[in-house]
Write a new protein. Sequence first.
Length: 259
Amino acid sequence: MGLDEIKISKAIISAYTDKLTESLDTDVIIAGAGPSGMCCGYYLAKKKKRVAIFERKLAVGGGMWAGGMMFGEIVIQSTAKEILDEFEIETKIYEKGYYLADSIETVSTICSKAIKAGVKIFNLLSVEDVMIRNKCITGVVLNWTAVELANLHVDPITVRAKFVVDATGHAAEVTRIVERKSDIRLKTKTGRVMSEKSMWAEAAEREVIKNSKEICSGLYVCGMAANTVFGGFRMGPIFGGMLLSGKKAAELILKELEK
């Protein structure tokens, strides 16, 4: 039996179109498929919520792939180990309170488990704007990353959700769009993005969990974006806070969805 290239093309186009169409009006949109974003999506999807993650890059995983300075190992503290255990990711103890995990296994497993739980992940799509209705974030505006990189004038599409999560890392891109393009006052001390401080792992790991919450009506932050928005410290190649942050954001959103 020969292969028909047109059938192959039709299969790809129709399947992708169906998946995107199903995600145009959903429960939660997450911008960024790093560890916190995928973890957030996993815990939401486990509770049968409809979740779409949009990642601007080709690969998911954010900075976790490279571990610490491309050594391919990440450190997880004991408070977050149960999350890796739930994902069935192998860990080994370094010394009391410090666990090691292979960065490639961790990213690929979290991604796989999130998808199997029901999360729809779309790569190579950038969030270039947000939907705002009555000072509430009600969705995002998407375009192909290639369009953005080429600086082409191509109109985007809009995706609606009950809640949006900014998991875009250090840049906190979605929150900065809200800050730049609206008169909404953020729930920070200054009402604006406060920007991250330099590295202090112990403080940052505490703060990233504390800072993972609603930043304005309809918009939550998690992961490094949370510390950028609230002026927290950078944590470096310890990732327990990232996972716990995503889980906390999911738990807060679930409470709102189930009201």
